[in-house]
Each structure stands twice: as structure tokens, then as C-alpha cells.
Design a protein around this ligand. Sequence first.
Ligand code: 5GP
Length: 147
Amino acid sequence: MDPYTIFADIIAGRAPASKVYEDDDVVAFMDIRPMTPGHLLVVPRVAAKCLAELDPVVGGKLFQVGQRLAGALRESEVGCDGVNFFLADGVTAGQEVFHVHLHVIPRTPGDGFGLRGRPTSPHRADLDYLAGSIRGALARTEAAEGR
Ligand code: 5GP
């Protein structure tokens, strides 16, 4: 896959963006096609295509900055009274730009934004079975990474 994305140019200052925050690890700017007014993207400087490539410490930083920006959105003239975080990891999840990014989406009543899909009602046994499978995968991954 071509490692180039427009976010690399934005981070490097070669492409325009309406920035709201930057530090040594992350840059945050207005989404050019906002779902709602004030929609922000928080992007790591390091060009990780997906979560699996992203240092979890930097992943935590995305959330920290997103949390601060959520507070700023509420206080700003955006005037939202709710915020959604969204992160698409992989084509099937809706990822279009292959440089990890956290969407910070201000919400107001009736803005039309929402997750599609209906919740299901699995039996506890099915939840327990998958929980065990996920615990096993987590333990194997962390053992392989020496954590
Ligand atoms: P994804 O579907 O990958 O989670 O979201 C990619 C986001 O990047 C979209 O919301 C899209 O509007 C935004 N985007 C794509 N190109 C640009 C750009 O050149 N500048 C900015 N600011 N946002 C962009």
C-alpha cells in the first residue's frame, strides 16, 4: 500500500489545514468534510497506517488530546452539548485515509449524525465464549511483544 497520505503533507506544513492544536506527538485540525460543524481530526505525527502499527503510548495521547478538545468544543462557539469519538481502523471499518486518526465530532440535538446498525441480544454463554477468545488473543499478543 502506498504509504503517502495527505495527512503527512498537513503535518509537515506542505498542505493547508485549519489547525487547532499541535505538540511533539500529535496534530489536530478541522476535518475538510465535517460530519457536523467543528468536526476535528487528531493525528499522530508518526505515519502509522493502522492501530497495530501505532505505539500504544501515542495512541493514548490521541485520546488525551481528543478529551481536551472535546472540552474546548463545548466551550467554543461551536456550542455543542455532546461529543462523539470515532476511529476507523481498516477498510471494512470505513477507514479512507491510511494514517491513524481520531475523529472528534461535536453533537447537537437533531444533527443527523449517528452509528447505523442495530444492537443484538446474544446469550451470556456466547458473550463469555468470545470474551475468553479475546482474553487469549490479548495474552498471546502481549507475550509475543514481551509485555
Ligand atoms: P476516515 O474515513 O479515514 O476515518 O476519515 C478520513 C477523514 O479525513 C474524512 O473525514 C475526510 O473528510 C478527512 N480528510 C480527507 N482529506 C482531507 C484533507 O485534505 N484535509 C482535511 N482536513 N481532512 C481531510
